[in-house]
Design a protein around this ligand. Structure first.
Ligand code: SF4
Length: 440
């Protein structure tokens, strides 16, 4: 039955870009009179925003959709929509895999969502797939953010790089940047609403360009916004990371000394097969220059093992690159073919057991490096931007340091307070220390 303000539960899988897209979807729906709810039981519509980067992520979504199919049999009027990269990749086929699904919308089709939902709520129209407008940037849509201090802002959408294993250019289309004026307005509004930390998002932020404004120039302008305390960005492509960006990271101010720089492999042969556009030596040279110029830099990465033809020697080269780069943290994955990509046409010839064993070795080394990175901070001071009471112990607040590490401080604070702590202990994955006088 159609009510004045139909209720929607929106669940997000995947990366920061998907979180941002869900905020856009929330905004489009609430502007049209829909009401977002925090439990699926209360919702007339359940939307799942999906990721297609790995087979594992898609299998999780299919499991969830099967469970929702059971719910729909009990509540036949329930509408189920699938959004995002998996929706774009599978299109109409998703209906065959998950028959309970009513709507399938790719990342460039969200403007059509309120209208399509209303049509279905009124008439029970049949399922639809919508791919959307490949030039879409949602520049006029103000994201519906919850409470917090960290806001994501997508400066561009899509990717032109076509790394051979990656589905993103097919699911999210070609690169298109948003105009700087529009971005500066969005960020100013976010800062005025208490989001003191802004993370600029793009599949490859280094290729941002609008007329004469490249990414470094955009950073300069954003960093000057009054009230903005911290500025981060992700993801940077190692091929495109140049001196000017290293200078910005070294310059301090609002720009935080943290960088996510996906290496993917330490083997030149595998990097070439992946179409990454850099060699191991070039990657490590950039790391060396970053470490020299940006004191206290927190450097994180993505690594992929088990790519077609990866030999034991190739894999050892990846472990060796990890050691040389001394990452502060790493996100590690095993290769799974993504249909439609160039790598999917290669023979997936690394046995699953070998992939798993290599993944475990990468995870072990990444953990060791992350632990060592935290241990190095014992006794150091760190500025923590506090976000909320710790879910585990409400007598402490949790937040992030300028390097992006999670930290805990005992006491009661206001959201957005910035305190200086001396790191006295490591609790799990968090730094812990008593605050000195608050900065704000
Ligand atoms: S840079 Fe490569 S891995 Fe990253 S989104 Fe683009 S194609 Fe995918």
């Amino acid at each position: 039955m159609m009510t004045d303000h139909p209720t929607v539960f929106l669940h997000t899988y995947g990366c920061q870009m998907n979180v941002y897209d869900s905020e856009l979807v929330g905004s489009l729906l609430t502007t049209d009179g829909f009401r977002l709810v925090s439990h699926p039981e209360a919702a007339q519509v359940i939307l799942i925003n999906t990721c297609a980067v790995r087979d594992h992520a898609e299998q999780r979504v299919l499991g969830r959709l099967n469970a929702l199919g059971t719910l729909k049999r009990r509540r036949p009027g329930l509408l189920i929509g699938v959004l995002g990269c998996m929706a774009q990749r599978l299109g109409e086929e998703l209906k065959n895999r998950a028959p309970a699904v009513d709507l399938v919308l790719g990342p460039d089709a969200y403007r059509r969502l309120p209208g399509l939902l209303r049509e279905r709520l009124v008439s029970g129209a049949t399922a639809a797939f919508c791919a959307g407008d490949p030039g879409e940037t949602y520049g006029d849509v103000a994201p519906a953010r919850g409470e917090g201090v960290n806001a994501f802002v997508a400066i561009m959408r899509g990717c032109n790089n076509f790394c051979t294993y990656c589905i993103v250019p097919y699911a999210r289309g070609r690169e298109r940047s948003r105009p700087p004026g529009e971005l500066l307005d969005e960020i100013r509004r976010a800062v005025e609403n208490g989001f003191h930390e802004i993370t600029l998002l793009g599949q490859n932020v280094n290729s941002y360009r609008w007329d004469e404004t490249d990414f470094s120039a955009l950073l300069d302008r954003v960093a000057q916004i009054p009230g903005l305390r911290r500025l981060r960005f992700m993801t940077s492509h190692p091929r495109d990371l140049g001196e000017r960006l290293i200078e910005r990271l070294a310059g301090g101010g609002a720009i935080c000394p943290s960088l996510h720089l996906p290496a993917q492999s330490g083997s030149d042969r595998v990097l070439e097969q992946m179409n990454r556009g850099y060699t191991r030596a070039q990657y490590l040279d950039k790391v060396r220059r970053l470490r020299e110029r940006v004191p206290g830099l927190a450097l994180t990465t993505d690594l992929l093992c088990g790519f077609p033809t990866e030999s034991e020697a190739d894999f050892e080269a990846t472990l060796e690159l990890m050691r040389e780069a001394a990452f502060d943290d790493a996100f590690t994955f095993k290769y799974s073919p993504r249909p439609g990509t160039r790598a999917a046409k290669m023979k997936d010839d690394v046995p699953e057991a070998v992939k798993l064993q290599r993944l475990e070795r990468m995870i072990a080394l990444a953990r060791e490096q992350a632990d060592a990175s935290r241990q190095r901070l014992l006794g150091e001071t760190a500025e923590v931007l506090l976000e909320h009471p710790s879910p585990r112990d409400e007598s402490e607040w949790t937040g992030r340091t300028r390097c992006g590490r999670v930290a805990l401080a005992p006491g009661s604070f206001q959201r957005g307070a910035e305190v200086r702590i001396r790191v006295e202990a490591i609790r799990g994955f968090s730094l812990w220390g008593k605050p000195a006088a608050p900065n704000t």
